[in-house]
Design a binder for this molecule. Structure first.
Ligand SMILES: Cc1cc2nc3c(=O)[nH]c(=O)nc-3n(C[C@H](O)[C@H](O)[C@H](O)COP(=O)(O)OP(=O)(O)OC[C@H]3O[C@@H](n4cnc5c(N)ncnc54)[C@H](O)[C@@H]3O)c2cc1C
Length: 431
């Protein structure tokens, strides 16, 4: 391995594959290095794949890619110990081309996507760990792998090695992430007959459904649970900030068991068989936790750059878009024969001016706010559920009386002021 490439991409997740695909398509010589047995073998996602950002790379990909179900319905469930307030949207327009989103199983999808990059001319090497970047006079000029004589050189190295990027850290781009900057998610894939899934989730044919679960699913800790329909399996999981797990002394697998046994969730998964158990970190520190993303001869993309919009459970689309922008920058730099930090900085500008940077800024204080004020999850959700129960229970009292009772249920003047302040603060961090 002593050949020189235009670009070396470390990590074959959506960010790295998108980058390798685009560089190869643009005529660049690109090496994609993956530590897993194959792309996707180590990757974890709920997983909703967003059509638009994937189509920006491969138009019409959905005709060919191994997708599970187009999502026709998105539901949101606020759960208390023994109740759920559910709302959502189902639209048949989402079942028509070009569709909106799809559920996917990453082990299948990443493999397919990487094969497309190889078709474009990228060289993919699996089962190879990049140990460090090779730096000379302050410039990244290649990487050292765990293979014998495993040094490889390139004009630009793209770090797509996922959350907690050790390579970006070793370059001094970020410090060790704190427990309130990363979430730990555990999930299972549960085998279930296709017909049962369709009946249980009120789906016709290929229609898919996603359910995001808030409140008691995480025992009131900041985080969410999820339940997604695949073709003949369900993906169920739960993720909370590491700081929450530490503070409440809860083990992640216990939380997953709790979700699976929750009386509002259990009926959906009854009779299913666990097929796979997965756990992974999610970067949720948001804008304030973003590391330096460009250096001389190096660009950081995807989770390695902390690009996750935790409020909208978007990560793969930010990853792909950042990978595409990195590739465009590499091709421009190649043309100009300039791989300086200054030249590569156009990646950062593109990123920050796109929906990726804009959304990261929009929710820059959201995670920290909801983490700091746990009452949103452990008090207000039960309060809203109780209000719904009171309003919908027909017991002979008038609706005026019910409203009064609900209002009284918030507490005294102090509690009401605090509630109003919290709603205002929530609006401010989400607006
Ligand atoms: C439980 C869960 C549910 C999620 N649900 C959703 C969802 O529904 N929708 C959504 O859009 N996002 C979701 N996300 C987030 C999404 O999975 C990530 O944002 C996305 O995978 C980031 O892509 P990436 O390419 O940056 O990193 P990854 O997908 O993590 O890929 C990094 C790759 O780098 C490889 N690698 C790491 N280090 C090295 C090394 N030193 N040498 C070689 N290879 C290396 C890894 O093996 C891996 O293949 C979810 C995440 C989790 C954990």
């Amino acid at each position: 391995m002593s050949e020189k490439f235009d670009c070396i991409v470390v990590g074959a997740g959506p960010a790295g594959i998108a980058c390798a695909y685009e560089v190869a398509k643009g005529g660049g010589k690109v090496l994609l290095i993956e530590r897993g047995e194959y792309p996707g073998s180590k990757n974890v996602m709920g997983g909703v794949l967003y059509r638009k950002m994937m189509e920006d790379i491969i138009p019409g990909f959905y005709k060919d890619a191994p997708l599970e179900r187009p999502i026709a319905e998105q539901r949101f469930m606020m759960v208390d110990k023994e109740s759920a307030l559910t709302f959502g949207y189902k639209g048949l327009e989402w079942m028509q081309e070009p569709y909106n989103n799809f559920t996917v199983l990453r082990a299948k999808f990443d493999q397919w996507f990487a094969a497309k990059a190889v078709e474009q001319g990228a060289l993919l090497i699996n089962e190879t760990v990049v140990l460090e970047c090779i730096v000379e006079d302050g410039k990244v000029i290649g990487v050292k792998t765990d293979r014998p004589d495993g040094e490889v050189y390139a004009d630009v190295v793209v770090l797509a090695d996922g959350v907690n990027s050790l390579l970006a850290k070793s370059l001094g781009f970020h410090k060790e992430f704190k427990p309130d900057e990363v979430a730990l998610a555990t999930m299972e894939i549960l085998k279930l007959d296709r017909k049962i899934i369709e009946d249980r989730f009120n789906l016709e044919g290929d229609q898919g459904c996603t359910i995001e679960i808030f409140g008691d699913a995480t025992k009131g800790i900041l985080g969410t649970g999820f339940l997604y329909t695949n073709k003949d399996s369900l993906s169920i999981g739960v993720g909370t900030l590491l700081s929450g797990l530490i503070k409440h002394k809860i083990k992640p697998y216990e939380l997953l068991e709790y979700v699976k046994n929750h009386p509002m969730i259990r009926p959906y998964i009854q009779g299913s068989e666990p097929q796979e158990y997965l756990a992974h970190l999610i970067p949720e520190g948001g804008y304030h936790s973003m590391p330096k993303v460009v250096g001389h001869g190096v660009i950081v993309v995807g989770d390695a750059a902390q690009l996750v919009n935790a409020i909208h459970r978007e990560g793969s689309n930010l990853a792909m878009t950042s990978g595409r922008f990195a590739a465009e920058t590499v091709l421009l730099a190649k043309e100009a024969e300039d791989f300086s930090e200054n030249m590569l900085d156009s990646y950062r500008s593109k990123l920050m001016n796109s929906f990726v940077g804009q959304d990261m800024k929009k929710y820059k204080d959201a995670t920290h706010h909801f983490d700091k004020f746990p009452q949103y999850f452990d008090q207000y959700i039960p309060m809203v559920n109780k209000a719904a129960s009171q309003m919908f229970t027909v017991d002979g009292s008038s609706k005026w009386e019910k409203q009064k009772k609900i209002w009284k249920g918030i507490g005294g003047a102090r509690e009401k002021i605090r509630f109003a302040k919290d709603m205002y603060r929530a609006w401010r961090v989400m607006k």
